[in-house]
Ligand binder design. Structure first.
Ligand code: G6P
Length: 479
């Protein structure tokens, strides 16, 4: 039985199945992996979903890593829950991504998928309930598992349950697009937790405000940041007992030492040499994202094109190193977006490129060493999401860049709260403003660039993953 449990859709390990039937394990990185390393693995378990055929085969063969428990939910149910609801409905909801004349459509098919989402959440809740020691702390992650806190509380009222949202939280007004019963189920699912964590007060307040509005079917009263010694929601569901759910903000940062060490490994040096040969002594504008609608890659490239159109003095003097690796390609809208990014990069190269200068170097591979090499070379980092829970890349680049980089950062990033003073901030929709900010960034005097970059790096490392994780654990055990 474990005294600390983590639950997330994507786990710390994945399995690949080779043609000859052998399985190989690959361990992933990320904030949660380093966070959980703060507690002993004998005492903890990480429950995650089997995502691929390789993962499912590993579960079938009983292969697992210590401290990791993979759930093989039936593939059709998983697909409905992950692609059909988590990625197509909840992701779009929290990031305000719908193309309103056409979407969303809540029909019988949606209801069927929602059933699967419920079942997939229930599989997690049951597994956690079976593995948790008396009074254990459970840290549930993200929109994939929004119903788990409520389901788990019913099964195991003794547990201390936390939930952390890595995305934004939908604004109350936008949330009203969801059918009312679904909206309430979502809010009450979350309110099963003792503590709900968010990256910023903006997202946390959106939750509190929404819960106040959507507590119907019971009473939920939001305690908003300004007027209380604690922040959260008092609630009393018909037939249940009165409880309160605390809402807290833990803005995840990066581990500076670990990141710098990773950025100086031989494979990164190798990529760096290759990139330097391509870029020469030109300046660089760097971005690294999943090809994700909310990351606003297309408007970022339009801004770069406008810079080159309006300020020809930059021709042959700058290169845009854009890493936009494919993500969620099971969804048609993501495939179309990925294609649009590649097309625009080609157009820019065709419009301005010369024999010796390729204005955009687009990489569509998920190649972390290459990304780190690009971070090291960054003179300017372009991070312009329309709406983004945190955006760790905005924190990573200033930590790793060698000559200090200027951060062009949109107001939509969660990181905006902590980094705005030393970044050049832009509206994610204003392409011309972004182009002007890129020019200002490229021409910033070296001393100002270095000073700002140092302060950005300090802010970025204020709450590294281990502390971020331990803070949540302590808060959960507090009362
Ligand atoms: C976001 C979410 C994470 C998710 C990641 C990658 O950052 O907050 O929970 O793991 O995207 O998305 P994917 O669908 O590839 O797991």
């Amino acid at each position: 039985m474990a005294s600390v449990l983590v639950a997330s859709n994507r786990g710390p390990v994945s399995y690949a199945l080779a043609a000859d039937g052998t399985l190989s394990a690959r361990r992933g990185g990320g904030g949660l992996v380093s966070g959980l390393s703060a507690v002993s693995s004998e005492d903890s378990v990480w429950v995650c979903a089997a995502l691929s055929d390789g993962d499912r085969e590993a579960v079938r063969r009983g292969v697992s890593e210590p401290g990791v428990r993979m759930l093989a939910v039936e593939p059709a149910v998983y697909d409905d829950a992950y692609n059909g609801i988590a990625n197509s409905v909840l992701w779009f909801l929290h990031h305000h991504l719908w193309d309103i004349p056409r979407e969303p459509v809540f029909d019988a098919e949606f209801r069927r998928r929602w059933e699967s989402y419920r079942a997939y959440n229930r599989a997690f809740a049951e597994e956690l309930a079976a593995r948790a020691a008396e009074g254990a702390a459970v840290l549930v992650q993200d929109y994939h598992l929004a119903l788990v806190p409520g389901q788990l509380r019913e099964l195991r009222p003794d547990l201390r349950i936390g939930h952390f949202t890595h995305t934004p939280w939908v604004s109350p007004e936008y949330a009203r697009m969801l059918p009312q019963d679904i909206r309430e189920e979502l809010v009450w699912g979350m309110l099963g937790a003792d503590e709900l964590g968010f990256h910023t007060w903006g997202w946390a307040s959106a939750f509190i405000e929404g819960a106040r509005v959507d507590g119907a079917g019971g009473v939920a009263e939001g305690v908003l940041p300004a007027d209380a010694s604690w922040r959260g929601v008092h609630h009393h569901r018909a037939g249940g007992t009165a409880r309160r759910t605390r809402v807290a903000v833990h803005p995840l940062g990066v581990d500076g030492d670990e990141l710098r060490a990773l950025a100086h490994r031989p494979e990164v040096d190798e990529r760096l040499a290759g990139l330097r040969a391509e870029v020469g002594d030109r300046m660089t504008i760097v971005r690294v994202d999943r090809t994700e609608l909310s990351k606003n890659v297309v408007r970022g490239m339009l801004a770069y094109r406008e810079l080159l159109r309006e300020r020809p003095e930059w021709h042959d003097r700058v290169v845009h190193l854009a890493s936009a690796y494919p993500s969620r390609q099971d969804l048609a809208v993501y495939r179309a977006y990925t294609a649009a990014v590649a097309e625009l990069a080609e157009e820019i190269n065709a419009e301005f490129g010369t024999e010796d200068w390729q204005p955009v170097l687009l990489s569509v591979k998920d190649d972390f060493p290459r990304s780190l090499a690009a971070y090291r070379m960054a003179d300017v980092a372009l991070i312009n999401p329309v709406r983004d829970g945190m955006n760790l890349v905005a924190k990573e680049i200033p930590v790793v860049s060698e000559s200090g980089c200027v951060l062009v950062l949109s107001t939509g990033a969660g990181a905006y709260d902590e980094l705005r003073e030393d970044a050049l901030t832009v509206s994610p929709y204003d392409v011309s403003e972004t182009a002007r900010a890129l020019h200002r960034a490229l021409t910033m005097p070296p001393s100002e660039r270095t000073d700002r970059s140092k302060r950005l790096a300090a802010a970025a490392t204020a709450l590294p993953p281990q502390q971020w994780f331990l803070k949540q654990l302590e808060a959960l055990r507090e009362d």
